[in-house]
Design a protein around this ligand. Structure first.
Ligand code: MN
Ligand code: ZN
Length: 668
């Protein structure tokens, strides 16, 4: 309590405190601790120009105007920073005297927030203010908002034309929509399978008034074609719609939504977690195409207030992270007219991971977790060997840069050492040093051929049975290989095979993918390094698209399903199936299928055009094919534990390097 008392010394002498004062002090201290513990906001015991205002935030219904009115009474407010969805704000005065005045006058001040609830403000001085996430936001690619697309007169006609008493979707469906009113025209949208019955158009088609408006938009070039399905939703304040992607196979690329009656904020979310909040003004038209339609989820958070830009001016568009310019906006009743065109052929978009038409490459069904050795071997054949054979050329074009710690291991070997690279890929380590003799092997014929073209010694074999005599190698390396084996027994067997090859005193270096890779933390670093981008991104994987199973999970990391909640459930897979990961987010299961996007013209048997590495998330016009590679990503300590089961070796080093768990062991 000493520290907390010190902080209010300039508030009043604390020797003779009344009951109320003691209670206040307790609450103020609690507020300070909460801010420190949950938000990392550190308050100081001396006066500064800035105060953190606990309970006075957008997250608990306090608006910018309300706070400004109160705080400007104590001096001139230089900045009022209100982070979105947080129950606190920061105020900065020009002078310490002013902030001190506010500290004394407003600490413990009771007020009524915008939701009509009583709250008490608790103030503490801070040295630093949290500015929050200031990454500049841009609209999701393919998204457009056209303001004032209809006149207030037309808006009125449209709203009055809806007869809510007839043709409501059936009662059960209505219940699951949490009382949001919905009406369909043209085709009924079914919430059980998130699709439309394409052979059963509703009688009457779209309302005439809509057709004439759509014709006009088409002529004016706002839309590409005339839609044939209309869903009208009515959202009362407090209602929303869970984040979802409109089913690819149900509708064409262009989805448009007219906002009537009131404005609203819609949240768009990329699979990597990046969220962009967008203001849809009253009478505006939202047009979603390409990436914004296929890859990003969109949804409306159920709440009575939206966080919006405080300054006048630009009406539509992104709600920035500018904490100095946010406030609350009371929602009204918004009615949306969403027009879509029913799709007649399977979707052929480039966003395979979220595309129900392209659930898997070449109509294959997702494989299950292998129950026995035979199934494991089949899984490896289909989801490792065959895939690397197909992607060999493209894969090789993304593998140039040797990793420093592996280079260091090889360079430290005595001159004349015999080294086997088990799973050598395109041979990027084989030509590293003239002082050692290296031989490589790989399961992929095509990769071994690439080694041959580069004048390296390499042959085809499985890491479970290497045709090299026992105790002949001074060293072995196994880089990004063992994670492709589908059972713990098989992974252990590859380690035993490495040990068999080593002469007494010889050393093996092993790298396997780590479960604990964190995409966001590594992002900046990866962005800085432009070379070998694909190779590095390869180590940054992924939100499991719904149906996460956590087979063999040692880490027990909870699954996150951004695309799954509420009345839309896209892309479900059953639990016995291996989950497919979206690249560039963290792992949620140890046994996974990791996609490889291959350009169709980059296959080895189709000419020898120069290859460019392609990004993991390909653009809308990229004619790529996706392959799934099986991986068992290792948890911390798992590789080391497996090595400890190998006889006649000692573990020399165990470390983490660029998204991999690594072990160096020595043959005894
Ligand atoms: Mn939608
Ligand atoms: Zn699609």
């Amino acid at each position: 309590m000493a520290a907390s008392s010190a902080s209010i010394e300039n508030y009043q002498s604390h020797s003779k405190l009344s009951k109320t004062e003691k209670k206040f002090l307790r609450k103020q201290t609690k507020a300070r601790h909460t801010l420190l513990r949950h938000e990392g906001i550190e308050s100081v015991s001396h006066a500064t120009e800035s105060l953190v205002i606990a309970n006075g935030g957008l997250g608990n219904g306090v608006s910018r105007t309300q706070l400004l009115n109160i705080f400007e009474r104590c001096g001139s407010v230089e900045a009022l920073l209100m982070p979105p969805n947080k129950p606190y704000s920061f105020v900065r005065y020009r002078t310490k005297e002013e902030s001190q005045k506010a500290y004394v006058a407003l600490n413990g001040k009771e007020m009524v927030d915008d939701l009509g609830q009583n709250i008490t403000l608790y103030l503490n001085f801070v040295e630093k203010v949290h500015w929050g996430d200031l990454r500049p936001s841009v609209l999701p690619p393919g998204l457009m908002i056209m303001e004032e697309i209809v006149s207030p007169e037309v808006e009125k006609i449209l709203l009055e034309s809806i007869d809510w008493t007839h043709n409501l979707v059936d009662e059960n469906a209505q219940k699951s929509l949490k009382h949001r009113k919905v009406k369909h025209y043209g085709y009924e949208f079914r919430y059980d399978n998130n699709n439309v019955d394409k052979d059963k158009p509703l009688p009457g088609g779209l309302p005439d008034i809509c057709n004439s408006i759509l014709e006009k938009w088409l002529t004016e070039g706002h839309i590409k074609y005339i839609p044939d399905q209309l869903t009208i939703n009515q959202y009362e304040p407090g209602q929303g719609i869970p984040p979802h992607i409109d089913t690819h196979s149900a509708f064409e690329d262009e989805i448009i939504s007219l906002s009537l009656g009131a404005e609203i904020v819609m949240d768009f979310k990329h699979p990597d977690g990046h969220t962009v909040s967008v203001m849809l003004p009253q009478r505006s038209l939202l047009v979603m195409t390409g990436e914004s339609r296929y890859l990003w989820t969109h949804g409306i958070t159920p709440r009575k207030f939206d966080v919006i830009q405080a300054s006048e001016g630009q009406k539509s568009g992104i709600i920035t992270n500018d904490v100095g310019n946010l406030t609350l906006n009371k929602r009204g009743v918004r009615t949306s007219f969403t027009f879509r065109k029913v799709r007649r052929t399977p979707c052929d978009c480039s966003y395979h991971l979220v595309c129900d038409s392209q659930r898997c490459h070449q109509n294959e069904t997702l494989p299950s977790f292998p129950e026995n050795d035979k199934k494991a071997s089949e899984l490896e054949r289909e989801y490792v060997h065959r895939v690397y054979e197909e992607i060999a050329e493209h894969f090789s074009s993304t593998r140039h840069t040797p990793w420093p710690q592996i280079v260091a291991f090889l360079k430290a070997l005595p001159k004349g050492s015999v080294v086997a690279d088990i799973g050598c890929g395109n041979g990027k380590y084989l030509g590293l040093s003239k002082d050692i003799y290296m031989v490589g092997c790989d399961r992929s014929q095509n990769l071994v051929e690439i080694c041959g073209e580069r004048q390296f010694e390499a042959f085809v074999c499985d890491a479970l049975a290497v045709p090299i005599r026992s105790e002949t190698c001074d060293a072995c390396i196994s880089i990004a290989v063992i994670h492709h084996f589908a059972t713990a027994e098989r992974r252990l067997a590859t380690l035993q095979e490495l040990a068999r090859l080593l002469r007494p005193g010889g050393k093996a270096l092993i790298y396997v993918w780590a479960m604990e890779q964190e995409y966001n933390k590594q992002k900046s670093k990866y962005l800085r390094e432009s070379r070998d981008t694909k190779e590095k991104k390869e180590h940054l994987n992924s939100v499991v698209i719904p149906g996460t199973s956590s087979h063999n999970s040692v880490c027990s990391i909870p699954a996150i399903n951004d695309l799954k909640d509420g009345d839309y459930n896209t892309n479900g897979v059953s639990n016995s199936k291996l989950p497919v990961h979206t690249n560039r987010t963290s792992f949620h299961s140890q046994d996974v299928l990791v996609p490889w996007h291959l350009k169709k013209d980059s296959r080895r048997d189709k000419g020898s055009e120069p290859l460019k590495p392609i990004p993991d998330l390909v653009g809308p016009h990229d004619p790529s094919t996706v392959f799934h590679r099986y991986y068992h990503v290792f948890c911390e300590g798992e590789l080391e534990a497996a090595c400890r089961m190998v006889n006649n070796i000692s573990i020399e080093q165990s470390y983490y390097d660029q998204g991999n768990w690594c072990v160096i062991f020595k043959k005894l």
